[in-house]
Design a protein. Structure first.
Lengths: 394, 293
């Protein structure tokens, strides 16, 4: 039995077009809609509901769900499934994400499309398992060893948990790269209205299969059929007999561990295939920014109280706006740079003691004051707290 | 039939162009392992386009690189979890994993336990050389008591893993152990392992003269190989000695590695069972009219 994406069956499993569900479940729905046919996962709060949801749904569309022995095995199986031809995903939270770091790097090195849903909590270590936070925003960028670029999306609504999971699959297929949906415990466990997109309201991107002559095919160089740094994909079992290794490899895929040039060429391509498209990948929401003198830059659950604070500020005649990052990595450098030229102050609300604020500061121009509005301990910012930050910095 | 197969022709057919020479030292047993695998593939008539190899990290895990088939050379210890995913995505592929004792039972012990327990249809060829060879000779969980390694310079005091007994206890469908210097039994076991629909483990005792033999004074290659001859015993002979032998005879075999086929049962593999489950769910689903969840 082999999986084939069957829209009618998927729709039947998903049920009503309009629902009232959790963010975790919406991410599972997104996976199902994207054509995910393999899920390997391990229970962890507050992400378990993603696995629970997909464990119920996936067999009904002829996909495979396996609860693996740990998070290391989960991502390993996901990567294996991708090479076997599946769209594959897993879900986890902080401690599990830490365990995944080696295989996350392996997926980057071997250019394996897959999706990791991280419903974040805090740390270090076990931290507050049942409470949300934004603890892994830097781990997703720098957590694996070596030189990498990351693609990470941050949903602020249940709807975005679905929409951005589909987007995560699309980007993972397009760039042959593991893509992370960086939800947080608040959004993962939040229940609100969800509208399931119809087939014609969605775009699905599929990996480009290897088609050229087997003797001429180079599985780890620029595409040989398109003007693109992403090589075509030689699915296992299609006769390309590809050797895939986490070692530094040449374009044929053979180990080239002691050659400086091979490493430089490979790693540069792996990083620039994504960073070249930084502007294309930038996905932000702008709220009341046209005449703003002070801007909040935020993402995920933090954007919700921030938007309320902006509304209160506007009622009080203050020129305040919000830039919400839906794509956090690759970092929207130019957007931040341009914003920092327009406003005097940037405040970064985050549910941690400062992660993305560092990047905002790095790409802001001199003369624009960048400050952090942190909130830790498993609670969200209150709109009044954030309004307080504005008053303090008037 | 095996004897009639031309070695040169096999190498041409199954070795990957451009990867030789191998990384293996003189006297290493690992080269024999892929020769045996080639013979098993040949006798089974496998379509190598439909074979996926997987491995972790270590000397033995480099073997898939030399074989002309799809191969996933993964992270240390994780090959079986990766292989589980490959099989899930395409159950038509024949999965063969090459791994070592450190890779499979040290860092990868948990994946080994669960792949065997789930009875995933794959064949694991585990080359046990009692040592972490690639990193220069550190203590492996399979090293006999008293073994000298760079990290047990005063002698190993830890009890060694008995990998086959573990696999048996987990209900693995096929479990065998052979010293690598006897070709016919390993070839037969690799064939039987691939033919078995469940999880198959073939442990091959493979000498590492460089990192293990040298430090443990096992001598030159001929005496090193003789060590394996002297320290292995067929399961039947072991049991005979234990059942009917004198105390002296029992003592003489007690410390030896039993070799042979420990388990060979036919039972459906994980994905066969999963498939049946899905068929039942789908049938029920299609019975019902439309209807939302």
């Amino acid at each position: 039995m082999r999986y084939e994406r069957d829209p009618a069956r998927i729709r039947k499993v998903l049920g009503d077009k309009v629902q009232f569900v959790q963010g975790d479940m919406a991410a599972a729905y997104g996976g199902l809609l994207a054509g995910c046919s393999f899920f390997g996962g391990y229970p962890i709060t507050p992400a378990s509901e993603v696995a629970e949801g997909i464990a119920r749904m996936l067999p009904r569309v002829k996909g495979t769900f396996i609860q693996m022995e740990d998070e290391i095995g989960s991502l390993a199986a996901v990567i294996g499934a991708a090479w076997g031809g599946a769209k594959a995903m897993t879900s986890t939270s902080g401690p599990g994400f830490s365990l995944m770091m080696e295989n996350y790097g392996y997926a980057i090195m071997t250019e394996t499309p897959c999706v990791i849903v991280n419903v974040q909590r805090t740390g270090p270590s076990t931290g507050q398992p049942t409470l949300g936070a934004q603890g892994d925003m830097m781990q997703v960028r720098w957590g694996t060893h070596g030189d990498v670029e990351a693609i990470a999306l941050a949903p602020s609504t249940v709807q975005e948990c679905l929409d951005l999971t589909i987007e995560a699959f699309n980007l993972s297929e397009k760039y042959r790269h593991p893509v992370c949906l960086m939800a947080d415990g608040e959004i993962g466990h939040l229940r609100e209205k969800l509208v399931i997109p119809d087939e014609d309201e969605m775009t699905l991107i599929e990996r480009v299969p290897a088609t050229i002559d087997k003797d001429k095919f180079l599985p780890f160089g620029n595409s040989q059929t398109r003007d693109n740094k992403v090589p075509d994909f030689p699915t296992f079992g299609t006769g390309y007999r590809t050797y895939v290794t986490g070692l530094t490899h040449n374009k044929k895929g053979f180990p080239a561990t002691d050659k400086q040039r091979d490493h430089e060429e490979l790693i540069t391509r792996l990083v620039t295939k994504i960073s070249d498209d930084r502007e294309k990948l930038t996905n932000v929401e702008r709220v009341e920014l046209d005449d703003a003198e002070t801007a909040f830059v935020t993402y995920g659950a933090s954007a919700r109280p921030t938007e309320s604070a902006v509304a209160t500020a506007r009622k009080n005649g203050m020129k305040v706006g919000m830039l919400r990052l839906k794509t956090v990595w690759p970092f929207p450098r130019r957007t931040i740079e341009e914003l920092s030229k327009k406003v005097n102050k940037i405040i970064v609300p985050e549910m941690n003691l400062g992660q993305i604020v560092h990047s905002v500061r790095e790409y802001s121009c001199d003369g624009c004051e960048v400050t952090l509005a942190p909130k830790v301990g498993g609670e969200m910012h209150l709109p009044d707290e954030l309004f307080g930050y504005l008053e303090a910095r008037k | 039939m095996t004897a009639m197969i031309d070695a040169e022709r096999l190498r041409k057919k199954y070795l990957r162009d451009g990867m030789l020479p191998t990384i293996f030292c003189n006297g290493c047993g690992h080269g024999a392992a892929f020769d045996y695998a080639f013979r098993a593939f040949e006798e089974l008539g496998l379509d190598m386009d439909k074979v996926a190899l997987a491995s972790g990290i270590g000397c033995s895990s480099r073997i898939p690189g030399y074989i002309n088939a799809d191969g996933l050379h993964t992270a240390h210890g994780r090959a079986l979890a990766f292989a589980t995913g490959i099989k899930a995505a395409n159950p038509d592929l024949t999965i063969v994993v090459f791994t070592g004792d450190g890779d499979c039972t040290g860092i990868g012990g948990n994946h080994f336990i669960h792949a065997a327990r789930r009875n995933i249809d794959m064949t694991v060829i585990l080359l046990n050389n009692f040592i972490y060879g690639m990193t220069g000779g550190q203590l492996a969980p399979t090293a006999p008591i008293g073994s000298i390694s760079t990290t047990s310079p005063y002698g190993n005091i830890e009890q060694a893993f008995n990998i086959c007994e573990l696999a048996k206890a987990l209900g693995a469908a096929y479990v065998a152990r052979w010293p690598i210097f006897h070709p016919y039994q390993p070839i037969k076991s690799i064939k039987e392992g691939i033919q078995n629909k469940g999880f198959s483990l073939i442990e091959l005792l493979s000498p590492c003269p460089t990192a293990y033999g040298r430090r443990n004074k096992l001598g030159e290659i001929d005496s090193l190989w003789k060590w394996y001859e002297d320290n292995t015993i067929l399961i039947e002979d072991y049991e005979k000695a234990m059942d009917y032998g004198t105390e002296e005879e029992k003592e003489a075999v007690r410390g030896k590695f039993q070799v042979g086929v420990f388990q060979n049962v036919q039972k459906p593999g994980f994905f066969e069972e999963y498939d049946k489950l899905v068929q039942r769910i789908i049938a029920k689903e299609d019975e019902r009219k439309g209807g939302a969840e």
